[in-house]
Write a protein that binds this ligand. Structure first.
Ligand SMILES: Cc1cc2nc3c(=O)[nH]c(=O)nc-3n(C[C@H](O)[C@H](O)[C@H](O)COP(=O)(O)OP(=O)(O)OC[C@H]3O[C@@H](n4cnc5c(N)ncnc54)[C@H](O)[C@@H]3O)c2cc1C
Length: 459
């Protein structure tokens, strides 16, 4: 016996639940399947818990700087990790519960808990139950990559998921991987009071960013006492009594760092290996990402893949945008495409980095005539008033079309202010719209017109 639905959705990440709600509201019968916690990575082990922890770390940091702001605390600021974790669990747990309750309350929607596997292209098995649908949507997300480095099976390590369970302060946290996830954990744990060392195999942190951005972020982290080892080749792990040694081959510095805990933050792997994709005939690339077209359809008619598992984005907002594209195309006969979206994301260190469009390196490759501007945050009056003057604003525009090509705002409020530029990019309007707009004083955003009035040709 099998049950038939109009749509089966596998995974309750950032696309699945909204898709279920849209389909159910349109009168379709939907089965949505989740094998673990409702809400997926963002809600349980990604954005929401990490940004909650970042908030605790920021509060501790500001408290330590109290004297600069004119108040006196009772000396040392120490963090109670049990309470920090409890706050994080509360925020994250509430969010996960809200997703579950929302789904269970939807008319036409059946919620099934268990691991889903394809039996054939339109048949999925969960807990020995056979489900069938004309349309199947895969939203299975990803997990932390665990590379086959020497010692990986002997020495204990943490990932972004297991980090969520620790309610104590590691004495010395060694973070393997100097990209977005690693840097956020590095700064927060340093601010909680751990010694922190970052070991990065590339020549610089956040290697996808421009060099000036990488360098500035490195300086900010080092000023807080985080040790950084770059160009670390042949990284290995080894147990040293109750400690863990992270070995490396570097031109400079000692060949190993010994810490009490190791966090692996070296990228993500899609959850596609245990989904029976071969039985469905769904094609993946060499890294396991499901291959999709511009409207997120796989090579098998009637099967779509959304979110991190399709390799077309690695963010909550890209997964949610995938949902919008699929739902609008199927229900409203729109022609929305992945290629219509503009790259945008943030690194939630303090100060944060807000990014949109192309990097300088990408712009150089495009060989177009460019005007650019770069101004330090120390010139932004709001930043001065807040005592948070690290970083800079840089914007590049096309000299002929006057369209904004890309921007990086590393500075207080950078994660929010970047949207001013992003929306103008979506509007396909010239930068002069922002340059001539009257912005509110005193804000970081008011500095964008100033910055844009200082554009200069790039040689
Ligand atoms: C530490 C960290 C911090 C992050 N911070 C940010 C941030 O600040 N901003 C941002 O935009 N992004 C951030 N991200 C990325 C973001 O979390 C992901 O891009 C986003 O959650 C992807 O959502 P998704 O919809 O693809 O799937 P996921 O959220 O990963 O959900 C997939 C779901 O599918 C379920 N599942 C998998 N296989 C099966 C199966 N066979 N059967 C049933 N269920 C299954 C899983 O249990 C999971 O619940 C962060 C990620 C990490 C790791």
């Amino acid at each position: 016996m099998s049950r038939h639905f109009d749509a089966i959705i596998i995974g309750t990440g950032q696309a699945g639940p909204s898709l279920a709600a849209r389909f159910a509201a349109a009168g379709m019968t939907v089965a949505i399947i989740e094998r673990s916690k409702f809400g997926g990575t963002c809600v349980n082990t990604g954005c929401i818990p990490t940004k909650t922890l970042v908030a605790s770390a920021y509060a501790a940091h500001v408290a330590r700087r109290g004297a600069e702001y004119g108040f006196v605390g009772n000396g040392d600021v120490r963090v109670d990790m049990k309470r920090v974790k409890a706050r994080k669990d509360e925020v994250s747990g509430r969010s996960s519960k809200a997703v579950e309750e929302w789904l269970r309350g939807l008319k036409n929607c059946t919620v099934i808990q268990g691991h889903a596997r394809f039996q054939s292209s339109h048949t999925v098995v969960v807990n020995d139950e056979v489900l069938q649908a004309d349309k199947v949507f895969i939203n299975v997300g990803g997990r932390a990559s665990v590379p086959a480095m020497p010692g990986i099976h002997e020495a204990p390590f943490l990932t972004n998921s297991s980090m969520m369970d620790i309610g104590f302060l590691p004495e010395h946290l060694v973070i393997v991987g100097g990209s977005y996830v690693g840097l956020e954990f590095a700064q927060m744990y340093r601010r909680f009071g751990s010694e922190v060392t970052i070991v990065e195999k590339g020549p610089r942190l956040i290697g996808r960013e421009d060099e000036d951005v990488s360098d500035a972020v490195r300086e900010i982290l080092e000023m807080e006492g985080i040790r950084i080892r770059t160009d670390a080749k042949c990284i290995s792990l080894a147990k040293r009594d109750s400690r863990i040694a992270v070995g490396m081959e570097c031109d400079e510095g000692p060949p190993e760092v010994v810490g009490t805990h190791v966090l692996l933050a070296v990228g993500r792997t899609p959850n596609t290996n245990d989904l029976g994709l071969d039985r469905a005939g769904v094609a993946t690339d060499q890294r396991g990402y499901i291959i999709v077209d511009d409207q997120l359809q796989t090579n098998v008619p009637g099967i779509w893949a959304l979110g991190d598992c399709n390799g077309r984005g690695a963010f909550t907002h890209t997964s949610y945008n995938d949902y919008e594209i699929v739902a609008d195309n199927l229900l409203d006969s729109n022609h929305r495409r992945v290629s219509d979206r503009i790259q945008a994301y943030a690194l939630f260190t303090d100060p944060p980095l807000g990014r949109c469009g192309m990097t300088d390196a990408e712009i150089r490759k495009s060989r177009r005539p460019v005007l650019a501007t770069k101004l330090p945050m120390s010139g932004v009056s709001r930043a001065v008033e807040k005592g948070e003057t690290q970083g800079f604003i840089k914007i590049s525009v096309d000299a002929e079309t006057k369209h904004i090509l890309g921007a990086a705002i590393l500075g207080t409020g950078g994660d929010e202010v970047i949207h001013v530029l992003l929306d103008v990019m979506y509007a396909k309007a010239p930068y002069t719209v922002v340059q001539r707009a009257m912005h509110i004083h005193p804000t970081v955003a008011e500095y964008l017109p100033t910055a844009l009035s200082k554009l200069e040709p790039v040689a």
